[in-house]
Design a protein around this ligand. Structure first.
Ligand code: GRF
Length: 192
């Protein structure tokens, strides 16, 4: 990661599987003066991911790759990343787990955002589990990706208070709002 610092613009690819609200937020951030990143590509394992629409709207390359054959998919994705000289990968709602081999090829250059206060509530359905366990707080975390699920070094976290009225849906909404603040902040923390 250190090698990237000092480079003017960090060529970034965002990986998504769904709506892409974090993607849109990162695109907007990348257009601001203080942004160290330029978004060169949107990569999705789902051809129908809503977030892919932002590729056309913002004139960004898109790459859709079927992950049924994971080894092959990852090799093709790596080739695409190298061809486009991508320096940084930001996972933003990407629902596939990348292999050790893939991560090794981009060691220290893959970030992820997770909707919980890691190390608590790794994996899926975080909001449901948090509410079920009657937690008083949850939040979101931006971290480096290593070969263990949601376990890489934490860059930044934001705590969110849970009220009695909250359900998984309202909590998800509250946390998503904070995710949109946290991801750009984490990128700035690393690079600026
Ligand atoms: C976010 O909650 C993110 O933390 C999680 O998946 C969700 C993606 O949302 N990894 P969006 O596609 O960015 O709207």
């Amino acid at each position: 990661m250190k090698k990237l610092i000092g480079k003017n613009i960090i060529k970034t690819a965002i990986f998504i599987s769904g709506k892409g609200t974090n993607l849109l937020n990162l695109i907007k951030f990348s257009h601001t003066k203080r942004s160290p990143i330029k978004i060169e590509a949107i990569i999705s394992d789902k051809s129908k991911a809503k977030g892919l629409n932002f590729a056309k709207r913002y004139d960004i390359k898109k790459f859709v790759i079927n992950f049924k054959k994971k080894g092959l998919a990852e090799r093709k994705t790596l080739a695409f990343l190298y061809e486009n000289q991508i320096d940084l990968v930001c996972l933003a709602g990407f629902m596939k787990i990348l292999s050790k081999n893939f991560i090794k090829n981009y060691r220290g250059k893959i970030l992820n955002i997770h909707p919980s206060l890691l190390p608590k509530y790794k994996g899926l359905n975080t909001h449901e589990r948090v509410i079920k366990n009657k937690e008083k707080y949850s939040g979101c975390t931006v971290h480096f990706v290593n070969s263990k699920l949601d376990a890489g070094k934490i860059i930044l976290q934001k705590k969110v208070k849970i009220t009695k009225k909250d359900n998984p849906k309202t909590l998800s909404k509250k946390i998503l709002k904070q995710e949109h603040i946290l991801y750009p902040r984490a990128i700035k923390k690393i690079f600026l």
